[in-house]
Design a protein around this ligand. Structure first.
Ligand SMILES: Cc1ncc(COP(=O)(O)O)c(C=O)c1O
Length: 384
């Protein structure tokens, strides 16, 4: 037999408590029993988003929630700015272009972090820009943007601020209200320890005002339809929700509340620190600005002469450890270790040990045990 380890930046491992909650008998989505679960999920999400704004839940992956922000706030031809530092910034560009928005693509080299001053300059240069899109934790590169700094700039210039925190929420601090985020977007399958299939948005008053003026077509993802169903005496979704996933997420959110948001973010900080210490001790380089803020994912350059895809394949096939390769233009050049969600110290140690054995097999030379030992040191010095 081979025991499997899922060490990707989404989907992530799902705790037994969540799986068991999903195994309960089906309930009807218009009955009060479902409303209780739904309201509890919304409360839990508001807590993690650190917001008093309305939160809506869609039966979709994170991309659906990203698309919902575009179609509910804007009208054809509207000018928007996308702060693009990788694959998921590019996705915002693609969605906006699909719906006929006039996009300024503030594109950085993959691996770079966006600068708030560049955003300020772009907004100064075109005062008609109505919305700014940014990625919090860019999963394709491991780089985390300073959403607080960008949010201050966007607020000053009066545009709406839409942030993808699909791999940030629950792994990194994310202060929706304090950072002036008008639509915060996330999903179930990352730090929220649930299966894929649910997308979330937290919508500010300013965003609701834009919803009133938006003329892009929408039906299933209409914010107004969702809000109307939410405001019924027994709060519900406009269409049949994935009841099973909602029950699981409700359990995950209870676990999050029990551990405490601050403790969870600190745990992720140390998991990231240990992963990076291990990688560094093996003489490997990080990809771009993957650094002490990279709580969710560690992006590593494949060593000279070794195909990153091979590292991913050997780890999965021979050692049962699934990590992620590089996406799009960095495919084969980097590999990524996910550490967001239901992870503890030994998950990192297992991954580093598997990485060492894999690298050995592929002919890379390093001091055996150095990676594991460096990570252990971080854990011993930073108890959680
Ligand atoms: C930062 C980020 N944004 C958006 C997405 C897209 O989410 P999904 O794959 O759930 O549609 C992902 C998923 O990997 C992501 O990491």
């Amino acid at each position: 037999m081979q025991k499997k380890y899922l060490m990707t930046p989404g989907p992530t491992p799902v705790p037994a408590e969540v799986l068991l909650a999903q195994a309960q008998p089906m309930i009807h989505h218009r009955a009060p029993g479902y409303s209780e679960v739904f309201v509890s999920v919304l409360d839990g999400l508001k807590h993690i988003f650190q917001t008093k704004n309305d939160v809506l839940v869609f039966s979709s992956s994170g991309t659906g929630a990203m698309e919902s922000a575009v179609i509910n706030l804007f009208s054809p031809g509207d000018k928007v700015l996308v702060v693009n530092i990788g694959n998921f910034g590019t996705r915002f560009v693609q969605i906006c272009e699909t719906y006929g928005l006039n996009v300024t693509n503030l594109a950085y080299e993959w691996g770079e972090r966006a600068k708030a001053s560049d955003v300020a300059k772009a907004l100064e240069e075109d005062k008609e820009i109505k919305g700014v899109f940014a990625t919090h934790s860019e999963t394709s590169t491991g780089v985390v943007n300073d959403i607080e700094a960008i949010g201050n700039v966007v607020k000053e210039m009066g545009a709406a601020f839409i942030v993808d925190t699909v791999s940030g929420l629950g792994a990194l601090e994310f202060k929706t209200d304090e950072w002036h985020v008008d639509v915060a977007v996330s999903g179930s399958q990352k730090a929220l320890m649930s299966p894929p299939g649910l997308g979330f948005v937290a919508i500010s008053k300013k965003a609701w005002d834009m919803v009133e003026k938006s003329t892009l077509p929408k039906f299933y993802f209409s914010y107004k339809k969702s809000l109307a169903a939410l405001q019924k005496t027994t709060p519900q979704n406009p269409f049949t929700p994935p009841v099973t996933l909602m029950k699981g997420l409700n359990e995950a959110l209870k676990m999050i509340k029990e551990e405490g948001l601050e403790n969870i973010i600190e745990r992720h900080r140390i998991l990231g620190k240990a992963a990076r210490a291990g990688v560094k001790a093996l003489g490997l380089d990080f990809f771009g600005a993957c650094d002490e803020t990279s709580n969710a994912v560690t992006a590593v350059k494949a060593p000279e002469g070794i195909d990153g895809k091979k590292i991913v394949n050997v780890m999965r096939e021979e050692f049962g450890i699934t990590i992620a390769g590089g996406q799009s233009k960095v495919a084969g050049k980097i590999f990524r270790l996910g550490h967001l969600g239901y992870y503890d110290k030994f998950d990192i140690l297992v991954t580093l040990s598997g990485l060492e054995m894999t690298l050995k097999e592929l002919g890379y030379s390093f001091e055996p045990g150095a990676g594991v030992s460096a990570a252990e040191k971080v854990f011993m010095e930073n108890p959680f």
